[in-house]
Design a protein around this ligand. Structure first.
Ligand code: CA
Length: 221
C-alpha cells in the first residue's frame, strides 16, 4: 500500500513516515499543499494522510480539488485538538476520517486498515482467499490453517494482490506500493518477491499477466 503523507511539522512527518514504513506501507512524505496537489495529479496512491494547516495550499483546498476530480482515494485528515470546526469542514469536503493530533501510531494504523477495508467493500478485518488467510492488523498469514512467516515486502505484496483479487495489478503500481519514491530499487526486485511468494504459496497462487503485471485469480477462476 502506498500512502501520501502531507504534514509540514518535520518531526511529526518524519516520525510518521518511519513508523508507517515499519508497518509495511510505502510512504511518500511532502510538506506543503502545492507539492501534494502536484503529486496527486501525477502519481497513484492508496491512501492520503492530510494535515489541514499547510503552507502554500491549505489542506482543505487540496481535499476540495481532489474530490472535484472525482477520485475515491481514501483521505484521513489530521487536525489539532482545538479545531472542531476544521474537522467538520474536512469531513464535509470529502474526508473519510480524521485523527486529532497526539494520536498514537497503533491508533493511526487501525484507522488506515479500516479505511482500506471500506475502500475494498470489506467488513471482515481478515482477508480470506482460498487456502490463504491474511490479517492486516497482526501481519499474520496462514496457509491451510498453518502459520506462514513472510518478510515485510512479501507480506505487503501479498496483501495488495489479495485486496485486488480477480484483477491484474500492474507492475508499476506494485513497485510504487512497495517502494514509493525510494531510489535504488533494483528493477528485478519485484520478480524476486513474486518468486518467493510462489514458492511458499504454490505456483498457481499468483498468475503472471505478460507485459502487464500480476494477479491472484478470483475464487471462481
Ligand atoms: Ca500543519
Amino acid at each position: 500500500m502506498r500512502i501520501l503523507l502531507v504534514e509540514d511539522d518535520a518531526m511529526l512527518g518524519e516520525g510518521l513516515q518511519a513508523a508507517l514504513q515499519l508497518e509495511g506501507y510505502a510512504v511518500d512524505w511532502l510538506q506543503d499543499g502545492e507539492a501534494a496537489w502536484a503529486a496527486l495529479a501525477t502519481d497513484t496512491f492508496d491512501l492520503l494522510i492530510l494535515d489541514l494547516g499547510l503552507p502554500r495550499l491549505p489542506g482543505l483546498e487540496v481535499l476540495a480539488r481532489l474530490r472535484a476530480r472525482d477520485t475515491d482515494l481514501p483521505v484521513l485528515i489530521l487536525t489539532a485538538r482545538d479545531t472542531p470546526r476544521e474537522r467538520v469542514q474536512g469531513l464535509d469536503a470529502g474526508a473519510d476520517d480524521y485523527l486529532i493530533k497526539s494520536f498514537d501510531i497503533d491508533e493511526l494504523g487501525a484507522h488506515l486498515r479500516a479505511l482500506t477495508r471500506r475502500r475494498g467493500g470489506r467488513r471482515n478485518p481478515l482477508i480470506r482467499h482460498g487456502a490463504i488467510e491474511l490479517d492486516p492488523a497482526t501481519h499474520e498469514v496462514r496457509l491451510e490453517g498453518r502459520p506462514l512467516a513472510l518478510p515485510r515486502r512479501e507480506f505487503s505484496l501479498l496483501n495488495l494482490l489479495l485486496e485486488n483479487a480477480g484483477q491484474v495489478v500492474t507492475k508499476p503500481r506494485l513497485q510504487e506500493a512497495l517502494y514509493g519514491w525510494e531510489e535504488d530499487v533494483e528493477s528485478n526486485t519485484l520478480e524476486v518477491h513474486i518468486h518467493h511468494l510462489r514458492r511458499k504459496l504454490g505456483k498457481q497462487a499468483i498468475r503472471t499477466v505478460r507485459g502487464v503485471g500480476y494477479m491472484i485469480p478470483g475464487e471462481s477462476e
